[in-house]
Design a protein. Structure first.
Length: 182
């Protein structure tokens, strides 16, 4: 399912969304620019997606050498594809690579039938999707590396929501509306 769209653009295989901020721009820090963002959890068994991302990263590095980094590869180059088993304590990241992707522009979001999704509750941290991403070089505030832009999402399957999700129905399941509430 994973495929190359261009030298630096990839459509992933089936990934799990984590820290999904796809319907409203978000910033973790006050004063920082708000962007649409998501962490894509890529199963380590998905060799094709990993291969295509690594190839796109290499092309983005070559682009950076010629356009942003003065003709040479920087020593402290930050790379976007990371090992969830070594870099995260969360169980869900085990046996996965992850890549954090963001964009100033809201990504296009569709279902597996190619219908546009407009309900934010439909695409959430924990669901499964295909993602189109673009890898690009950056040099900002003393940091150099390869960034990842989230371009579009195709939700393919529901999954167990990640994080501390509670519904009103589950919180009040044991309350009988016929009982006197004091």
């Amino acid at each position: 399912m994973a495929r190359k769209l261009s030298d630096t653009r990839v459509v992933t295989g089936n990934v799990r969304l984590s820290y999904a901020h796809l319907f409203e721009a978000y910033s973790a820090h006050e004063g920082q620019e708000k962007k649409y963002s998501v962490s894509l959890l890529i199963p380590k068994s998905d060799k094709m997606t990993v291969k295509l991302i690594n190839e796109a990263v290499e092309k983005a590095i070559q682009n950076g050498i010629s356009s942003k980094w003065g003709g040479k590869r920087p020593k402290n180059l930050k790379l976007p594809l990371r090992d969830g088993g070594t870099e995260r304590d969360e169980d869900i990241y085990q046996n996965h690579y992850f890549i954090n992707a963001n964009n100033r522009r809201q990504p296009g979001i569709i279902d597996k039938y190619k219908n546009k999704i407009v309900d934010p509750d439909e695409v959430y941290s924990g669901c499964y999707a295909l993602a189109s991403i673009t890898l690009y070089p950056y040099n900002a505030n003393g940091n150099v590396g390869i960034g990842c832009s989230i371009d579009n999402i195709m939700k393919v399957e529901d999954g167990e929501p990640l994080g501390n999700v509670h519904t009103a129905e589950s919180d009040f399941a044991d309350v009988d509306s016929d009982d006197g509430l004091d």
